[in-house]
Design a protein around this ligand. Structure first.
Ligand SMILES: C[S@@+](CC[C@H](N)C(=O)[O-])C[C@H]1O[C@@H](n2cnc3c(N)ncnc32)[C@H](O)[C@@H]1O
Length: 404
């Protein structure tokens, strides 16, 4: 309860819960891996179902946390049974949560209706955005798998490592380098990870790299590279040839990018701080630009359910302005006939097609390029949303443009 109070006060101040929880565990090393897993599952379950659970009173906090844990499909174990007993629930009460994976929203809504006044789908929809469709909101109530990008699709040693640990996994049916891991794994124990033979990278994020389709020997500018998730993917797609300029406003993120480059022995990435203002020096003639823009991260609500409740319309519009300004800065740099890929991990049109529409109006020399959906092979001449359940990852938007 004390852990939760600390985390919840951070949530109320609109600070990201995952970062705070990691810091909490670093400070409190007495918690073993089992406790950590249980605490994390309880906390994330609570925020995933916050639209319902916030209706319970402070005195019912224990019940709210237990319901969040169970609604999220976590296993009923001794700890949970003990907790339930304190609240007056016997073991058979838990049976209603059995086969949780097949429980749809309607069934879950019925289960909690005895405690919660409004357990409708609408109350899971943040009120500042239009109603999301039922399929999408149902997906938002589930966690995506941890996705790995294997450098070599034929890699046998990592699956063997997972087999040895008894961890289930599955290869993506279409993206041969993508592997979903179905249970928590300590990657620092894997030689492949230590040698940079794999990266943790969300499935949608892997699709963005494939849409960029960089060719060996090309020059790319990854404008908002952060810690290099996509820059490393571009480097792999280019077989370590050509050049990638990885810029970001955050020095610390670029340090992490440099660490990951070193681990994978990529020599073709140049990290450099850029604040979105004056153009960075030493940019060569570019073949492509990737703007993986800062955004509301509304597409990551499955992994970070707390941020769904701290977003506002004003914040979304501020991001839209920043996104447009970054595009405006980079627009003059792209040579005619080359590619500009714009991506966000937002599911909100204000940050996606509306930014692109504004950009195309102000820069009429740009036009949209047709894109092939890497999973379906469908060709689209507009922006593309990568959304669960079709893509079991973060929700993302991507558009490809070129200069006439
Ligand atoms: C979506 S994240 C990038 C993730 C990264 N591309 C990856 O694949 O791991 C957006 C990045 O934009 C950076 N950013 C925010 N404001 C910026 C600005 N004004 N100019 C440049 N980068 C900025 C953030 O620091 C953040 O790392």
């Amino acid at each position: 309860m004390q852990v939760f109070q600390e985390i919840h006060s951070c949530f109320l101040q609109q600070r990201p819960v995952d970062q705070h929880l990691s810091r909490f565990f670093r400070r409190n090393s007495q918690f073993g891996s089992r406790d950590r897993r249980w605490i994390s599952a309880t906390i994330f379950g609570y925020y995933r179902w916050y639209g319902w659970l916030k209706q319970l009173s402070e005195q019912q906090l224990k019940l709210a946390l237990l319901l969040g844990y169970l609604l999220d499909g976590n296993e009923v174990n001794e700890l949970t049974l003990h907790w339930g007993k304190q609240l007056g629930f016997e073991a058979d009460w838990f049976l209603r949560f059995e086969s949780h994976s097949s429980l749809d929203l309607e069934k879950k809504s019925k289960i909690v209706a005895e405690f919660i006044q409004d357990s409708t789908v609408d109350s899971l929809n943040p009120n500042f955005i239009p109603k999301l469709d039922l399929q999408l909101i149902t997906s938002l109530q589930t966690r995506p798998h941890l996705w790995i990008r294997l450098l070599d699709a034929q890699n046998q040693s990592f699956p063997k490592f997972l087999d040895k640990k008894g961890i289930n996994y599955s290869a993506h049916p279409t993206l041969k380098n993508a592997l979903a891991v179905h249970a928590p794994v300590n990657l620092h124990e894997s030689m492949d990870f230590k040698k940079g033979k794999l990266e943790v990278q969300d499935l949608s994020s892997q699709i963005i790299g494939l849409i960029c389709k960089p060719q060996p020997g090309e020059n790319w500018w990854d404008v908002c590279s952060g810690s290099g998730g996509k820059a490393l993917h571009l480097a792999a797609l280019m077989n370590g040839t050509g050049k990638i300029y990885a810029t970001d406003i955050r020095h610390q993120a670029l340090k992490e990018c440099a660490k990951r480059m070193k681990r994978a022995a990529w020599k073709n990435i140049t990290p450099q701080v850029w604040d979105g203002q004056k153009l960075p020096e030493a940019l060569p003639a570019l073949d492509g630009i990737l703007v993986d823009a800062p955004c509301s991260c509304s597409g990551t609500w499955r992994r970070s359910p707390d941020i769904r409740w701290s977003l506002s319309k004003e914040k979304v519009l501020e991001f839209a302005e920043l996104q447009f300004n970054i595009l405006k800065q980079v627009a003059p740099v792209l040579p005619a006939g080359k590619t500009l890929v714009y991506a966000t991990c937002s599911i909100l049109p204000e940050e996606n097609e509306q930014v692109i529409a504004r950009f195309l109006k102000e820069f009429p020399e740009y036009c949209l390029l047709p894109m092939t959906h890497p999973l379906t092979g469908d060709i689209t001449t507009e922006g593309l949303y990568l959304l669960p359940p079709e893509v079991d990852g973060n929700g993302m938007f991507v558009a490809a443009l070129t200069k006439r």
